[in-house]
Write a protein that binds this ligand. Sequence first.
Ligand code: PMP
Length: 406
Amino acid sequence: TWESVPLAPPDAIYKLTGAYKEDAYPQKVNLGVGAYRDDNNKPWILPVVKKATDILLNDPALDHEYLPITGLPEFTSAAARLVLGADSPAIAEGRVASVQTISGTGANHLGALFLSRFYHWPEGTEKQAYLSDPTWINHFQIMRGVGITPITYPYYDPATIGLAFGAYLATIRAAPPGSVFVLHACAHNPTGVDPTRAQWTQICELVLERKHYVFFDSAYQGFASGDLDADAWAVREFVKRGVPLLICQSFAKNAGLYGERVGALHVVAPTQETAVRIKSQLSVLTRSEISSPPAHGARLMALIMNDAALFEEWKRDIKTMAQRIIAMRKELHRLLTEELKTPGNWDHIVNQIGMFSFTGISQEQSQALIEQAHVYLTTNGRISMAGLNSHNIRYFADCLDRVVRG
Ligand code: PMP
C-alpha cells in the first residue's frame, strides 16, 4: 500500500550533527548546531532554570493535570509582556490574543495556520507569504504545510556580507497591498545581519503605507544584545506605529529550554473584541492539533518571569550567554585580522548579531572545512558562534585561514 511513498531527504542540520558525532577526530568542531554551548562545549542549564526547577519540584501541590487549551495563563500573559513591554498599551487595552505553543516552531505553525484559514488575502493573489532570502529553512515547509506559498524578498547581499536594503524596500513597495511579510525580530537566522533602528523605521513606514501584515518570528530575544528590551525594539516599534502583526515567540534559546518546547503566539488585534474572537479560533486550532500544550517548561518560565528576583537572575544568565558569544566574535575577528592576516575583510564577524554568523565563504570552502578540517558547518558558510570557545577558536581560525588562502 505504501509503494508510492517516496523517501524524504534527511534534515540537513540533523544530518550534520550526526556526522559530527560519528567523527572520532579529537579536535573536531561543531559549528552547525543552533544551541548555546559553554566554554567547554557543554550544554548550559541556566542557573535560574535550575533554581526554578527546584522550586517547582518541591511544590507539594504540583500535579500533572492538563493545562487549558490556550496554555498556562500566568505564562502567556508574562510572555506577552516580555516581548511587547510591561507598559504596552496593546496589552493594557486587552487587544493581544496570546496562546501557548510548541516552542517557536509551533508558534510559526499556528500563526501560519491561522492566517491560512482567516487572513483576508490581497485581491487576485493566492495565499502567499514573503520570506527573507535566506531564512530559517523551516519557514518554507511550515508555510507550504498549511497551503501558503512561500516567496522570497531580497535580504542578504553577498557583495557586502550585509543587508540588501534597497532591494528589500523595493520588494515591500512592489508587493500587493496587504501582503504577509515574515520578519525576524532580531538576530536574523542564518545571516546574523539585522537592520539598524533607522532601517527598521523605514521598513515599518513602508509596511504601513502598503498595508502589509507582519509575521514576526522572535526566536532570539536577549541573544542579540544581551538585553531583552533592546532585542524587542523592532516589534514594539511596529506595534506602537499600528502595524497589524503577530509574534511567534520561543524560549528555546534565551532560557536554554530547547527540548521543553516552550513558546507562544501573540496576535495583536485592533480591538479587544477582535482579540477575543481571534483567541477563540486559535483555541479551536490548538484543540485539534495538540489538545493542550506541555506544562513543565511553561511553569518554569511563569515562575521566572513573574518573580522579580528570578527575573533579574534570568537577565544575568542571558547576559552571560550573549557576552560569551560577543567575546568569541571579537576573538575570531582579532585572530583573522591581526594574527593570521587572513585575506579579505572580516568586519562582518563583529558587526553581525546573535548566535549565527555568515562568514561569506563559498560552498566549496565550507565543504573543505568539513572534509579536511573536521569543522562542521552548513554549506552556506553559516557558523554558530556558540560552537566556538577558548579551546577551539585558534584551531578554527587557522583552518578558516587555510581554506580562504586556498
Ligand atoms: N525561528 C527561527 C528563526 C529559529 O532560528 C528557530 C530555531 N532554530 C525557531 C524559529 C524555532 O525554534 P524552536 O521551535 O526550538 O523554538
